[in-house]
Design a protein around this ligand. Structure first.
Ligand code: SF4
Length: 362
């Protein structure tokens, strides 16, 4: 496949891995932000080609993993009401809430529809004028523009029966929360290339300067991952900080400006709770006050729902790079992809799922 196979070329990968081994003189802890990158590292075995001094820890960039339990329970409450249709991306259906998941609600007759785009949910609202259609708007800056467009379209169509259950999060504020934690071990970051394709990377230099860390904007193929690591390790070994774009075929510093304009029109920065981590100031988006009529939490009686996490699950520590999945006592025992106790075991981007799939028994 053009523009993909060349970034999976085994000979090039081996050469880059050898380059990385040669330039690495000291031990470094580097976090890949995105769960997609975690899975690529393990799927292609890149983590096993790294010099022993480079330790990878896995960041919070898995949208399913960081969506709070409380929001899952709110989605379940809406889906259980016969007056509602709850539309969602498919990977949210298996995420355990306090009592069951959206799959069990659907099995019991609840209207839970899997969609591939929030615009499909707008279409559902047009087709079902007697129902309230709520789209479960989770994810990072990558999913925020289409969610914004769904509101713009619903407004243009004059729809009164469409709204969003918003749990949108932002990467830079999560990086700052990790770096400012007393337990932080991260010395350099691979920033998520797809988020930067939307937002650019202009938000990162102040973080690099404030916390004295190197950040490489990094893609998802094996060659991309090694190029990002080489750039970060070079800066670490030289005692430098700053931001490097190691994914220039997809990312510019300014990013996708029409997409950013759509976000700004509909959403505003807001405090957000991250599952297992807690509330991070201004780490998410909420709908602007002028779009409050599309905000499911404001429109419907779900504000009182409160939850408690399963005590055994250490997902919060894993998502901050403090621990790794095999250190969880439930990993591969009580918690498996068939019977997940926490979101990182459910999602295709979750670190626990990646370790279970590619490294269990190793
Ligand atoms: S293995 Fe399961 S219980 Fe343990 S941290 Fe991962 S998701 Fe949570």
């Amino acid at each position: 496949m053009k523009y993909t196979e060349e970034f999976r070329d085994a000979r090039r990968v081996k050469e880059l891995a050898a380059d990385l081994c040669q330039i690495t003189k000291n031990p470094w802890v580097i976090m890949e932000i995105c769960g997609g990158q975690t899975h690529s590292f393990m799927h292609y075995g890149i983590d096993q080609l790294l010099p022993p001094q480079v330790e990878l820890v896995h960041g919070p960039g898995c949208p399913v993993c960081v969506t709070p339990l409380e929001m899952i329970d709110k989605a379940i409450a809406l889906a259980s009401d016969p007056n509602f249709i709850l539309a969602s991306f498919g990977d949210m259906l298996r995420v355990p809430g306090s009592k069951g998941d959206l799959f069990s609600v659907r099995a019991a007759g609840g209207a839970v529809k899997v969609v591939y785009s929030p615009l499909d949910a707008v279409q559902l609202a047009r087709q079902n004028p007697d129902k309230q259609v709520v789209f479960f708007a989770i994810g990072f800056e990558t999913t925020t523009p289409p969610n914004a467009l769904s509101i713009i379209q619903a407004e243009a169509l004059g729809l009164k029966n469409f709204s969003l259950l918003v749990s949108q999060v932002r990467v830079p504020q999560a990086m700052e929360a990790i770096l400012s934690s007393p337990a932080n071990r991260v010395q350099g970051f691979l920033a998520a290339g797809h988020v930067c394709a939307i937002m650019g990377y202009w938000e990162y230099p102040p973080i690099a300067a404030k916390y004295h860390v190197p950040i490489a904007v990094t893609g998802f193929e094996p060659v991309d991952l090694l190029l990002g690591l080489i750039d970060v390790v070079k800066m670490l070994e030289a005692g430098e900080t700053g931001v490097v774009n190691s994914y220039s075929r997809a990312v510019t510093e300014a990013g996708n400006q029409p997409a950013q304009a759509a976000i700004q029109r509909v959403f505003q920065p807001a405090d957000r709770t991250w599952r297992g981590i807690g509330t991070i100031p201004m780490s998410g988006f909420s709908l602007r006050p002028e779009y409050a009529q599309y905000d499911a939490e404001k429109r419907f009686d779900i504000g009182h729902i409160q939850t408690r996490e399963a005590e055994v699950c250490i997902a919060g520590k894993i998502l901050q790079g403090v621990m790794k999945p095999p250190q969880c006592p439930a990993f591969g025992k009580e918690c498996t992809p068939e019977n997940p106790l926490g979101a990182p075991m459910v999602s295709n981007e979750g670190a626990c799922s990646a370790y279970y799939r590619y490294r269990k028994g190793s």
